[in-house]
Design a protein around this ligand. Structure first.
Ligand code: ATP
Ligand code: MG
Ligand code: MG
Length: 306
């Protein structure tokens, strides 16, 4: 089974405007839509859409769990989130207008998890995940969930022996690297932060590839680098009209996992992930991509041995 873990999910409220948002002006909202925010859930969405069964795990607030579950139902995301009593899942406001590329996001900090919540979550994980499974840990850590808790989580998964994928930033990404997970997908900024001694990128990545089987460094419209078994590939993305790049990386990761799940070879997997992510940036929310578009875009992805 495939699992994703989103420790600090959100309910995204998409606010659509006809015109560019301005201060000192009434900005009229023309439409409101809801989406699940949280990198793991975005990965789950991509996998499900590509026909790969998976379960989204993590924490959710008890107080607005009905709203949270309703959006999960609409999005078709099977989930078993651990409920945090007396607290609510954070809400984020995403302003989307028809003029700008990119969006304005206003995000709440979210709930605080207790040691007890963390223990409950870890116990559930221990009972659920098996050696042959794959687990993606993605997104930020909620208040109360420390770097040491993340270490505990990765150690637990390593003990189980499952495949561990991580889409993390900053100190959390460092933990994933230090503990030698199986897959990471930093973007340009995240890899820069990790490369503290400012080594040349490719030798630095080859060093990481000694302990991490699969590495993707994503560079937005400039595509990505991919490393496996000390081989480096440069992946060139299709040239598309970008409307909103939020969630491109999440979509890439979910689709990459779907490719592995379908036993695609690595080239096919990279093609699929790059095409899904390119389709995603043509849509204005953080998750949507189009399977017909993906079929076309797949053939425009170029993969070169570096
Ligand atoms: P996020 O965390 O918001 O999900 P990210 O910053 O981690 O995204 P990016 O590097 O921005 O990830 O994008 C991931 C992948 O999506 C890229 O490697 C590329 O394959 C695809 N992509 C992103 N932007 C574009 C674009 N404008 N055109 C085509 N493909 C794109
Ligand atoms: Mg980006
Ligand atoms: Mg990302």
């Amino acid at each position: 089974m495939y699992y994703t873990i989103t420790l600090n999910p959100a309910i995204d409220r998409l606010l659509f405007l006809d015109q560019k948002m301005e201060s000192r002006k009434t900005n009229r909202i023309t439409n409101v839509d809801y989406d699940i925010g949280g990198k793991g859930t975005h990965g789950s969405y991509a996998m499900s859409k590509l026909g790969v069964d998976n379960v989204a795990l993590g924490f959710m607030g008890e107080l607005n769990s009905d709203a949270f579950q309703q959006i999960m139902d609409v999005k078709g995301i099977t989930n078993q989130f651990t409920s945090i009593q007396g607290q609510k899942t954070r809400e984020c406001y995403i302003v989307i207008d028809q003029v700008s590329t990119g969006t304005t996001m206003l995000t709440e900090k979210g709930f605080k998890v207790s040691k007890q919540d963390i223990d409950t979550f870890m116990d559930q994980l221990k009972k659920t995940v098996k050696k042959e499974d794959t687990v993606l840990i993605a997104g930020s850590l909620p208040e109360g969930f420390t770097i040491n808790d993340l270490k505990r989580l990765v150690h637990l998964l390593k003990q189980i022996g499952c495949f561990i994928a991580c889409d993390l930033s900053g100190d959390a990404l460092k933990v994933a690297v230090d503990l030698g997970v199986d897959f990471i997908k930093p973007n340009e900024f995240e890899i820069n932060d990790l490369n503290e001694d400012k080594e040349d990128l490719i030798p630095f990545l080859k060093g990481l590839n000694k302990t991490i089987q699969y590495i993707v460094v994503s560079m937005g419209k400039n595509g990505s680098y991919f490393l496996h078994n000390q081989q480096v590939f440069r992946v060139i993305s299709p040239n598309v009209h970008e409307v909103n790049d939020t969630g491109a990386g999440d979509c890439f990761v979910g689709s990459f996992m779907a490719g592995l799940a379908k036993n695609f070879d690595l080239e096919e997997t990279l093609r699929l992930a790059s095409a899904c992510a390119a389709s995603k940036v043509m849509h204005n929310d953080s998750t949507t991509f189009d399977l017909d578009q993906v079929e076309q875009l797949k053939y425009q992805v170029q993969i070169q041995k570096y």
